[in-house]
Write a protein that binds this ligand. Structure first.
Ligand code: GAR
Length: 198
């Protein structure tokens, strides 16, 4: 069984989709989520982890004098739980180089747009959907990709499109994209496990 860690900052609906797929879906008997790390004490994802009886820890940047020490604390947790693969799921801060180096090609992220479009600093969550609507795009979607030390770079593993409708509101587009995020994230994890671990 591949040991997954999920890093979160917010609601954790993607984390939930991953957990569900390990219990009753395509990741069953393939992988298990053994650790959830949040950089935000108020993240609803922490409650979800407790509901699922999964170890969760909160590591907040503000308690460390330097980003390096913050990322060292995260790496320590990952290593002590013998994590094989890391899934960023609405993790709204840059992952440390120490982690990227130690887990090269073993870190995945989901982005709520069709990368390489609508990427980079400040392009996260709602801001992405607002930018897509402002640009009058006809299509948006979601992308799962490998993580490098820069935002939203790294090889694309899986991508799926959704239509952007006339007069779409950011909330409506968010919802439509989230639905496909929940489908493609477990699929992408499965592909990566088959490629790298089996
Ligand atoms: C998701 O839409 C995810 O793609 C996005 O944040 C949301 C988190 O929702 N991530 C980014 O924008 C990262 N650049 P969730 O907490 O319900 O999974």
């Amino acid at each position: 069984m591949i040991r997954l860690a999920v890093l979160v900052s917010g609601s954790g609906s993607n984390m939930q989709a991953i957990i569900d797929s390990t219990r009753n879906g395509i990741l069953k008997a393939v992988a298990e989520v053994v650790l959830v790390i949040s950089n935000n004490a108020d993240a609803y994802a922490l409650q979800r982890a407790r509901n699922e009886d999964i170890k969760s820890v909160c590591i907040e940047r503000k308690f460390f004098s330097d980003p390096k020490f913050f990322n060292d604390a995260i790496l320590q947790e990952l290593l002590s739980e013998r994590i094989d693969l890391i899934c960023l799921a609405g993790y709204m801060t840059l992952i440390g180089e120490n982690i990227v180096f130690r887990y090269e090609s073993k870190i995945l992220n989901i982005h709520p747009a069709l990368l390489p479009k609508f990427a980079g600093k400040g392009m996260y969550g709602r801001y992405v959907h607002e930018a897509v609507i402002r640009a009058k795009e006809k299509k948006s979607g979601a992308t799962v990709h490998f993580v490098e030390a820069e935002y939203d770079l790294g090889e694309i593993i899986l991508q799926k499109e959704v239509d952007v409708l006339d007069n779409d509101l950011p909330e409506e587009l968010t919802k439509r994209v989230l639905e496909i995020e929940h489908q493609i994230y477990p699929q992408a994890i499965k592909e990566v496990i088959e490629r790298k671990f089996i």
